[in-house]
Design a protein. Structure first.
Length: 273
């Protein structure tokens, strides 16, 4: 018996990194998955984004756990595409009980040739995309009348001002991740009468391609003060995706059944500095 038997989770950014880890962790506990990822490159993003092959690998790993998964290539900036992905998933899997608004990008790097575009792209994905994700799926949850759980992926930058460095992408990232907290608190109030809990999770640096890449390494080397500011209190440079997934599992399972409106750091002490 898993903690999530009979549940269905809608996860964005599911092709790799934290999103894939969340899909596998929840599937291990009995959940079926509706998975979405853009699987394309956004021009202002300096690192290689996920591919359709990455999303296929997530499908294989979930199916290897004997769970069902409906995967769709869709952009969280496109509300219609998200709604279609959810409808497809619900038609096959029957319901939605968990929403993980996980998709996100970083556009900052050593060179920032168009700071306005970088800012706008990050806001569109990391803030508007979160709004789209929840609104594409939550009415199904409300109509089911059985409660549910929503987890929004923010960041330690959603609780502090460290790391932005005044770049277009850095400003957009900090603004978006702070904005996610505002959405979480608003939705926690809105959805509580439906027994739907809403929380945000705030990782420090996680060992995924979004930060483990040459561009970020070059940026940190060129800005040692930023590297020092972004260091964790505990002696670990980054945490692993599974560390975030385990916290997500707590929030979406009955272990966290009365936890709502919370900003949960998984940060190796970063917030205590």
């Amino acid at each position: 018996m898993g903690m999530l038997d009979g549940k269905v989770a809608f996860i964005t950014g599911a092709a790799r990194g934290q999103g894939r880890s969340h899909a596998i962790t929840l599937a291990e506990q009995g959940a079926d998955i509706i998975a979405v990822d853009i699987c394309e490159q956004i021009p202002s993003v300096h690192y290689a984004m996920a591919t359709s092959e990455d999303l296929e690998e997530t499908v294989k790993q979930v199916e290897a756990l004997d769970r069902r998964i409906v995967a769709t290539q869709a952009d969280v900036r496109d509300m219609g595409a998200l709604q279609a992905a959810v409808q497809k998933g619900v038609a096959e899997l029957g319901r939605v009980d968990i929403i993980l608004a996980n998709a996100g990008i970083v556009t900052q790097g050593v060179d920032d040739p168009d700071p306005i575009q970088a800012f706008n792209d990050v806001i569109a994905v990391n803030l508007a995309g979160v709004r789209n994700t929840v609104h594409a799926a939550v009415q199904h949850m409300i109509d089911q009348g059985e409660g549910g759980s929503v987890v929004l992926t923010s960041s330690t930058q959603g609780l502090t001002g460290r790391g932005g460095a005044g770049t277009g992408g850095g400003d957009g990232y900090a603004a978006a991740k702070h904005g996610v907290v505002g959405l979480m608190r608003t939705w926690a109030n809105w959805l509580a009468p439906h027994n739907i809990r809403v929380n945000s999770i705030h990782p420090t640096g996680v060992a995924t391609p979004m930060i483990m890449n040459e561009t970020i390494e070059q940026m940190m080397a060129a800005n040692p003060d930023m590297g020092n500011a972004m260091a964790n209190l505990m002696p670990v440079p980054v945490v692993e995706s599974i560390d975030i997934s385990n916290a997500v599992l707590y929030l979406v399972s009955d272990m966290g059944r009365y936890v709502s409106g919370v900003t949960l750091p998984v940060d190796a002490g970063f917030m205590a500095k």
